[in-house]
Design a binder for this molecule. Structure first.
Ligand SMILES: O=P(O)(O)OC[C@H]1O[C@](O)(CO)[C@@H](O)[C@@H]1O
Length: 246
């Protein structure tokens, strides 16, 4: 795993956006794996600015998102469909039928398998953007998830529901299930960028950078087995990591 240490969230976002826009320029029909949550918000802003100022085009790009809540309509303001539209898709020139997210209203085993087949049919993910949960989850793969499986339905842990409650009117409205690419799906991506910002992520980042082998209890540890992972983390996210104190 390659670490890029940056000062703050702005710098993290700019670096991640530059890696993504460089790929889009070099491979205009690339498949981008995208993430939601608070961490990538400014990365999308930077990509939108790059699109507007430099004309980077997404007209032939396909996107596949990591996850979606189960039981939430795509039109719901809390759906990840809405998140992606409002943070990114509505500002760029990507045709809507080239943007793909799991459908939380069709969370059957067959549907999950078809999401993996869709990714395969697109030629696989060229670059997957990831955040990290406080408990080391990637996508919505919670601790204890086998590290080899494909897209599946997960029961969200109380701590993940609590962390995401900030987007809902109250905790009871946070769905208790989600559909997520599995870690097996994520590991098939040709390149992975994990971004982390803020003190809340410091323990997860310390654990990730200390990992020497995959461990089901800490889902992000699966990344040590991947040949092309870049972690972009800011000072606060690195505040518990020995590397930063030397
Ligand atoms: O960026 P945030 O909001 O801290 O979320 C971290 C991770 O948690 C999720 O939002 C799921 O809870 C992931 O999609 C994301 O990568």
């Amino acid at each position: 795993m390659h670490l890029i240490s940056v000062t703050n969230n702005n710098e993290m976002s700019q670096k991640a956006a530059t890696i993504i826009s460089t790929l889009v320029t070099q491979k205009p029909n690339a498949v981008l794996g995208l993430a939601t949550g608070g961490t990538p918000e400014k990365t999308y802003k930077a990509l939108v600015m790059d699109h507007q100022q430099n004309g980077t085009s997404y007209s032939k790009i396909h996107t596949v998102n990591l996850d979606e809540y189960v039981g939430i309509n795509p039109q719901d303001s809390n759906s990840y469909h809405s998140y992606m539209y409002h943070h990114f898709f509505k500002y760029i020139d990507i045709p809507a039928n080239q943007t793909h997210l799991p459908d939380g209203e069709h969370a059957s085993v067959d549907y999950c398998a078809s999401y993996d087949q869709l990714i395969e049919s697109l030629g696989g993910v060229d670059l997957q953007l990831l955040g990290i949960g406080r408990n080391g989850h990637i996508g919505f793969n919670e601790p204890g998830t086998p590290l080899t499986i494909g897209t599946h339905v997960v029961k969200l842990t109380p701590s993940t529901r609590q962390a995401n409650a900030r987007y809902f009117t109250d905790l009871s409205k946070v769905p208790d299930q989600a559909i997520t690419m599995g870690i097996g799906t994520i590991l098939k991506s040709r390149k992975i960028i994990l971004i982390a910002s803020g003190k809340d992520k410091a323990e997860a980042v310390r654990r990730l950078l200390d990992c020497s082998a995959p461990d089901d209890d800490f889902p992000a540890s699966a990344l040590v087995a991947h040949p092309d992972v870049t972690i972009i983390a800011d000072e606060q996210a690195l505040s518990l990591t020995k590397l930063n104190k030397e």
